[in-house]
Design a protein around this ligand. Structure first.
Ligand code: DX5
Ligand code: ZN
Length: 227
């Protein structure tokens, strides 16, 4: 099946050369990426630090892309407002640190933004069963979060297929019109993109592969050809 055009791409800036950030973002914009993936890390939930709302706000002033904010923090509820104010279009929180997931997602939706849930590789899909109605996106982590440039975990392909089944069942039983994207994050490149898309992924986060390619548009076109 030709899936070109249906699969979205989200450019992660985590492993960019920050000295030349704007240059790489302009390249990504020209390459027609669909989203900008902004990884927010607090040094607690994941063993690394990254950017905060001020950086997101500065980028918002210049780039018209869809802002896909991935919160890898211990207490996402305390940061949702700042990222909404700084220009997020979608906020994804981790299920592992969201005891009141239904409330968190409803709050994001009530603010007029898209809401997503991310699952670490070891987190089972069953924690999503009771929040499907609030979800716009499920993010399957295909690496353990915290760093760019890690190796894709092959066992996650089956989890992506099961996520697609979960969405299909929800649509059949409750809401035929409900659209939930499946985003995959970590180690997506020329070798892994087609496998995750065949399993049901609809949004590909790509950071390291694009940044290291030296030609974001050329690399993305090559990836699109494999789908
Ligand atoms: C990892 C981050 C990813 C990362 C993407 O914790 O959430 O978004 O930047 O992975 P790579 O660098 O492999 O494309
Ligand atoms: Zn991410």
């Amino acid at each position: 099946m030709d899936l070109k055009g249906k699969v979205k791409t989200s450019f992660s800036i985590l492993n960019c050369d920050f000295y030349n950030l704007s240059e790489q973002l302009i390249q990504a914009e020209q390459a027609k990426v669909d989203m900008l993936h902004l990884d927010i890390m607090d040094g607690h939930f994941v063993p690394n630090l990254s950017i905060g709302p001020q950086v997101v706000s500065s980028l918002r002033k210049r780039f018209d892309l869809f802002f896909d904010v991935h919160l890898m923090v211990d207490n996402p509820d305390s940061l949702v407002d700042s990222f909404i104010d700084s220009g997020a279009d979608l906020i994804t929180v981790h299920a592992e640190v969201s005891p009141h997931l239904q409330r968190t997602l409803s709050y994001i939706k009530d603010c007029g933004k898209k809401a997503g849930v991310a699952l670490n590789p070891s987190t089972p899909l069953c924690c999503l069963e009771n929040v499907m109605g609030q979800l716009d996106l499920i993010m399957i982590m295909t690496v353990n979060p915290g760093f760019g440039g890690q190796e894709f975990i092959p066992g996650m392909v089956d989890k992506i297929s099961r996520t697609a089944e979960l969405i299909k069942d929800y649509r059949t039983k409750y809401d035929k019109k409900k659209l939930i994207e499946i985003e995959v994050d970590g180690g997506i490149d020329l070798k892994t993109a087609a496998r995750v898309v065949s399993a049901g992924a609809t949004v590909l986060v790509m950071g390291t592969a694009l940044c290291n390619s030296g030609d974001i548009a050329g690399y993305l076109n090559q990836v699109r050809e494999t789908l």
